[in-house]
Design a protein around this ligand. Sequence first.
Ligand SMILES: N[C@@H](CCC(=O)N[C@@H](CS)C(=O)NCC(=O)O)C(=O)O
Length: 238
Amino acid sequence: MGGGVSKGMQAGVKTASPAELQQAVGGLDAAEKAKLLDALKVDDVPKAPTSITVYYWGPTVMNAYGRAIGIYLTLDQAGVKYDMKGPSDMPEGCAMAVPVIDIDGFCMGQCPAILVALGEMFQLSGKTPEEKMRCLQALEDMNDVFGERVKISEDAERKKKWFTYLDKKIQDKKWLAGTCEPTVADFHGVFAFETLKTKSVDFSEYPNMTKWWADIQAYPVVAKMYESLVDGRVMIPP
Ligand SMILES: N[C@@H](CCC(=O)N[C@@H](CS)C(=O)NCC(=O)O)C(=O)O
């Protein structure tokens, strides 16, 4: 059977035009693409991980997704399986605080850094150098929105400054990094904007960010996360 697959694939690759090959691989999900790259055995290409565990308070110990929202959404979008465990199960000394991710036995902490690593691993942080740079900046912008949530809720001028910037940055783009599909920045944005919701921040006068927020909430993996909010589960802990 394996020989048949090999011969069929080899014949297909030989006869296909570059455009046909591009179309064929474009239909694969992120995990399948990583598997294909892994099979090419090129040293500088990331290998598909075989075991992933996320250590965080929620949803195992606490009935919320909290700061790990972007990590879960990224892994869901990549189509990979992962385990979720509480902080007490985390290998000792690997990070200051959860969330922590263990990928094939290597542990790393710091949520934005984890998202950068996962984005690279699963091609969810832009394709071109410009998209990748936009994604990194947008990821940090979203992390700052989270950090600024209290000030933004109390200081109208601060809110105006932040939202004028964000609204202009995304104009004529659907997603934060200007990509065709959401990146890790958009997924971390779900966390950041959920924390704004807890502070009752009204940004309805900013049409582009209002549209982004509606679009990202409706995006399949994100919508699925909202659908899982049953039996008292919440996005952000009280
Ligand atoms: N800079 C870290 C902060 C992590 C953090 O503050 N985690 C919280 C939960 S959301 C925590 O577990 N804190 C426990 C502690 O600080 O001891 C990150 O972005 O991941």
